[in-house]
Design a protein around this ligand. Structure first.
Ligand code: NAP
Length: 294
């Protein structure tokens, strides 16, 4: 996606891009996005735009400013911004969440880079293969998705879009898992199972277990009892979308059992890299961005 020509011509003037959410102060995005903008010589500032719900319309409208490249969107506005935009990318439409807004030719476009960001993060860990067109395939894998909230929705569409053999959604509130399963099945022919009790989880070979719940952010706990996790084959990969703390209880369980695992920092990096390219039309300087996160 080329950067808006008008933006380039005005490069002497500082352009703006930022994060819309509430809260935003904790975000790592300014750190690695600013490093990327600077490394590519783009005269733009990445800002934190604290936006309570009653100010969302005004904030989104402000993105139409001629010096604004767009924005990232985080909790709690990823769904609420959809009707405020001019055009929504089909993947974001299916997921029902936008985390990246691009201001291009006086229009606001909505994208979801969390979903492909997860696939790139998995590929980096040797899970999945990139095809000739760069598309990542998860053929042969069974995905066990913990959670059915916003992040899980993106993951469910990403995983099924990448061709997993089957999807198992485990969520505390069963009806949310069932709703997500029904949404995914409109686009996916493979089997989707919904559970709310981990005891009924049947292990499959080549499993990817992805935590998309917030359990583990503030407490030493995980959705999966260790004895359930221990039933899975040695080739199982455990990915926790949480990156703060960097070692969650789930990751400790996986390590104790001897399963490969990673935290959500790589997903944060890749979703940010994809957003960067959408705003600027340039390949993201991944090394610079990764170093800024260290
Ligand atoms: P959300 O929409 O609020 O969903 C929260 C999910 O967690 C729901 O499935 C909820 O289950 C479950 N949950 C919460 N507390 C629980 C508990 N005590 N026991 C069991 N399940 C519990 O949040 P979200 O936006 O999807 O975010 C989820 C996590 O993903 C957060 O930690 C977020 O930081 C992380 N995330 C990371 C990245 C990244 O780039 N690495 C990107 C996006 C999100 P119920 O439906 O039953 O309530």
């Amino acid at each position: 996606m080329p950067i808006n020509k008008n933006h380039v011509l005005r490069n002497a003037v500082s352009l703006r891009v930022g994060l819309i959410g509430d809260p935003v102060a904790h975000s790592l995005s300014p750190r690695f996005q600013q490093a990327a903008l600077d490394a590519c010589g783009i005269a733009a500032r990445y800002e934190l735009w604290l936006t309570p719900a009653d100010k969302l319309v005004e904030r989104v409208r402000s993105l139409c400013d001629k010096n604004c490249l767009g924005a990232n969107v985080t909790i709690p506005h990823k769904r609420a911004v959809l009707p405020l935009l001019d055009k929504i990318d089909p993947l974001a439409e299916r997921i029902g969440a936008v985390n990246t807004i691009v201001h291009r030719d006086d229009y606001l476009y909505g994208y979801n880079t969390d979903a492909p960001g997860l696939l790139y993060a998995l590929q980096e860990q040797g899970v999945g293969k990139a095809g000739p067109g760069g598309q990542i395939s998860l053929k042969g894998y069974t995905a066990v998705l913990l959670g059915a909230g916003g992040a899980a929705r993106g993951a469910a569409f990403a995983l099924t879009g990448a061709g997993v053999e089957r999807l198992i959604i485990l969520n505390r509130h069963l009806e949310r898992a069932q709703m997500l399963a029904a949404d995914v099945q409109q686009y996916y022919d493979g089997p989707v199972f919904s559970l709310n009790d981990p005891a009924f989880l049947i292990p499959h070979p080549s499993a990817i277990i992805i935590n998309a719940t917030s359990l583990g952010m503030h407490e030493d706990a995980s959705v999966l009892p260790t004895e359930v996790l221990a039933r899975f084959d040695a080739d199982t990969f455990v990915y926790d979308m949480i990156y703060n703390p960097s070692q969650t209880y789930l990751l400790c369980q996986a390590r104790t059992i001897g399963l490969r695992s990673a935290n959500g920092l790589s997903m944060l990096l890749h979703q940010g890299a994809l957003s960067f390219t959408l705003w600027t039309g340039k390949p993201a300087p991944l090394g610079v961005m990764r170093a800024a996160l260290e």
